[in-house]
Design a binder for this molecule. Structure first.
Ligand SMILES: Cc1cc2nc3c(=O)[nH]c(=O)nc-3n(C[C@H](O)[C@H](O)[C@H](O)COP(=O)(O)O)c2cc1C
Length: 362
């Protein structure tokens, strides 16, 4: 049972945004936005988590205004007027519940297949004509396609600011478009967007630079990245701390305020010779605030002592200053009030996460 959880519930301020506490809701795609419009149900879903004590909500991935950005039906967009009206309501509800909220900006790249909304004739677009998993071979992006996507990410960020979000998160993780540029296997380009480490980092850098120029110096930009890909959990884009430093410096110089280091188990060290996890390395190498994530509050058989109430390891690492914020994904699906129950020591009342919790995503 957790002793002192106070640090999790201290406020945290970044870029003028004061989060009431350190618990973040991780972005989780729900596919419950018919016509790509987030409706009343979406607003109520996020309000329940805000009232349940989450400090910052990162929304499910929202797709940007490029014909091939979306990968799944009933995912919300962040450019059509009806969707933007829907988001205004979501923001009001999240704020009324006491949380801050930012949208995750998403382009799925090669993970799109023909037959998906909004234009079902459009195939996947990716850095190179390399299929992911069993999917069709995508179109290799031209320089104009690259420019269009940078513009679409930028416009999405401007839309987010205009409808009242507290910042944005760029989805640079999990083997989607931006991450496909980072990874040698999916990026086989021979122009300035492929080949060397620096060239593969260029697309992500240009997206952040363009967003920063458009939204101004004061709007919060969170950047999510991962080593792992959804079809290769062992992949690494930064194989050493030195490479990670170069990767992060490019993004810091471009204008990132907070790094969201996506890992599957937060307690696992990132590199040999140190206990630091990926978020810990981000903070150490950049001095920027970092969000950790991965199996917080879950019953993980690979980790003795992990369960939905035990946050001791998380608390200890946060107290040491390894990272500043902790994102919780699946546990918040089964238990919207997880944060409040942890704070108040109501451990017996916590509804544990099971795979069944995924079927409702409510
Ligand atoms: C149903 C579901 C949907 C997800 N959708 C997204 C997404 O849209 N964007 C993203 O970056 N990560 C997504 N993730 C990953 C989560 O944000 C999180 O990193 C992952 O679930 C690990 O955290 P957890 O162990 O606390 O669940 C999703 C995860 C789940 C379970």
């Amino acid at each position: 049972m957790s002793a002192n959880v106070e640090i999790l519930f201290e406020p945290f301020t970044v870029k003028g945004v004061t989060l009431p506490n350190r618990i973040v809701m991780a972005p989780m795609t729900r596919r419950k936005s018919p016509g790509n419009v987030p409706g009343a149900d979406v607003a109520a879903y996020y309000r329940r988590r805000a009232e349940g004590g989450v400090g910052l909500i990162i929304t499910e991935g929202t797709f940007i205004n490029h014909k091939a950005a979306n990968g799944y039906d009933s995912v919300p967009d962040i450019y059509n007027p009806a969707a933007l009206d829907g988001w205004k309501h979501v923001i009001e509800e999240a704020h009324a519940g006491g949380a801050k909220i930012i949208p995750q900006l998403w382009h799925v790249g090669a993970q799109r297949v023909k037959g998906t909304e909004p234009d079902r004739e459009v195939p996947g677009y990716a850095p190179s004509a390399v299929a992911t998993g069993e999917r069709d071979v995508p179109i290799a992006m031209s320089k104009d396609d690259i420019k269009d996507c940078i513009t679409a990410f930028t416009e999405a960020a401007v839309n987010a600011r205009e409808v009242g979000f507290d910042g944005i998160e760029v989805h640079g993780a999990h083997g989607y478009l931006i991450d496909q540029f980072y990874w040698e296997r999916s990026n086989q380009r021979t122009d300035e967007y492929g080949g060397s480490f620096e060239n593969r980092n260029r697309f992500g850098k240009e997206i952040v630079e363009s967003i920063r120029a458009a939204v101004g110096p004061d709007f919060l930009i969170v950047y999510r990245f991962s080593q792992w890909k959804s079809d290769d959990y062992e992949a690494k884009i930064a194989k050493t701390p030195e490479e990670l430093e170069r990767f992060l410096k490019t993004l810091t110089d471009a204008g990132v305020d907070v790094f969201h280091a996506s890992t599957r188990r937060f307690w696992e060290p990132e590199f040999e010779g140190s206990d630091l996890n990926l978020a810990g390395w981000c903070k150490k190498l950049t001095g920027k605030p970092a969000i950790t994530v991965g199996s917080i509050g879950l019953d993980d058989p690979s980790w003795a002592g992990a369960n939905s109430t035990d946050v001791d390891v998380l608390v200890k690492r946060m107290e040491k200053g390894e990272f500043d914020l902790a994102a919780v994904g699946r546990q918040l699906l089964s238990e919207a009030e997880w944060a409040n129950k942890i704070r108040e020591g109501r451990y017996q009342e916590i509804e544990p996460y099971t795979k069944k919790s995924l079927s409702g995503l409510n």
